[in-house]
Design a protein around this ligand. Structure first.
Ligand code: IMP
Length: 198
C-alpha cells in the first residue's frame, strides 16, 4: 500500500517518512504527480485537512493523507488556530510574529500563558472512506524567544516538563511528543486496521 501525503513541504515529508516509512512507500503529492490548486478556506483543522485530501481524490492504489495544524493560544480565544500560517501576513517572518505575540502577552503569567499546537490528519482510502485523527502538544507562551531548532512559533512555546522551548529540543524528541508526531502515530494504527479489514 502506497501513501500519498498532500504536502509540498520537504520538512513535513522527512517527519512523515520517519514515522510511516518503515511499512509504507510514502510519496509527496509532487512525487506522485499531483499539483492541485488547494484553497484552505475551512474554519477548522479537520475541514482544511479534508479539503487537502479531496484535492488529490480517491486513489485505487494509495491512501491519501493530509494534515492541518496550528497554534492555539488560550488568551487569544484559541487563536491564531487555523490562521497560524497567515497570522500577521503569510510572508511576515516568525521573529516578528513571535515578538508580537510576546508583547500581547505582557502582564500574563502561569496558566494565563497556556497554549497548544493541534494537528488533524485526514485519510482518504481507496474505497472512498474518510478517517480523521487529532493530537495536541500542550505548552505555554514563553517570556522570551529561545532556541534555534524547529520552525515557526517553536522558540516561544515553552514545555514545562522539559524546562525548554520546542526550539530547544532535538527533532527526534519533538517527533515523539509533537501534535504532528502523535497524530501520525494514531493514523498509522488507523491505516493498519483498514488494511487488515481488506
Ligand atoms: P500547516 O499545517 O502546514 O497549514 O501549518 C500551519 C501553521 O501552524 C504553520 O505554518 C505554523 O505557523 C504553525 N505550526 C504548525 N505546527 C507547527 C510546529 O510544529 N512548529 C511551529 N509552528 C507550527
Amino acid at each position: 500500500m502506497k501513501i500519498i501525503f498532500a504536502t509540498k513541504n520537504p520538512g513535513k515529508m522527512t517527519e512523515i517518512r520517519s514515522i510511516l516509512g518503515d511499512e509504507y512507500e510514502v510519496l509527496s503529492m509532487t512525487e506522485a504527480g499531483f499539483d492541485p490548486e488547494i484553497v484552505e478556506d475551512g474554519t477548522s483543522f479537520k475541514e482544511n485537512a479534508l479539503i487537502k485530501v479531496h484535492a488529490i481524490g480517491v486513489q485505487e492504489d494509495a491512501v491519501v493523507l493530509a494534515d492541518d495544524s496550528g497554534l492555539c493560544i488560550d488568551a487569544f480565544g484559541k487563536g491564531p488556530g487555523v490562521y497560524s500560517a497567515r497570522y500577521l501576513g503569510e510572508d511576515t517572518d516568525y521573529v516578528y510574529k513571535n515578538n508580537f505575540i510576546l508583547d500581547r502577552m505582557k502582564g500574563l503569567s502561569g496558566e494565563e500563558r497556556s497554549a497548544h499546537y493541534t494537528c488533524v490528519i485526514a485519510a482518504l482510502f481507496p474505497d472512498g472512506t474518510e478517517e480523521c485523527c487529532e493530537a495536541r502538544m500542550e505548552g505555554q507562551i514563553s517570556e522570551k524567544p529561545e532556541g534555534e531548532g524547529g520552525f515557526g512559533y517553536d522558540p516561544i512555546i515553552f514545555l514545562p516538563a522539559y524546562g525548554k522551548t520546542v526550539a530547544q529540543i532535538s527533532l527526534s524528541e519533538k517527533n515523539k511528543i509533537s501534535h504532528r508526531g502523535l497524530a501520525l502515530m494514531k493514523m498509522k494504527e488507523i491505516i493498519r486496521k483498514w488494511t487488515e479489514r481488506q
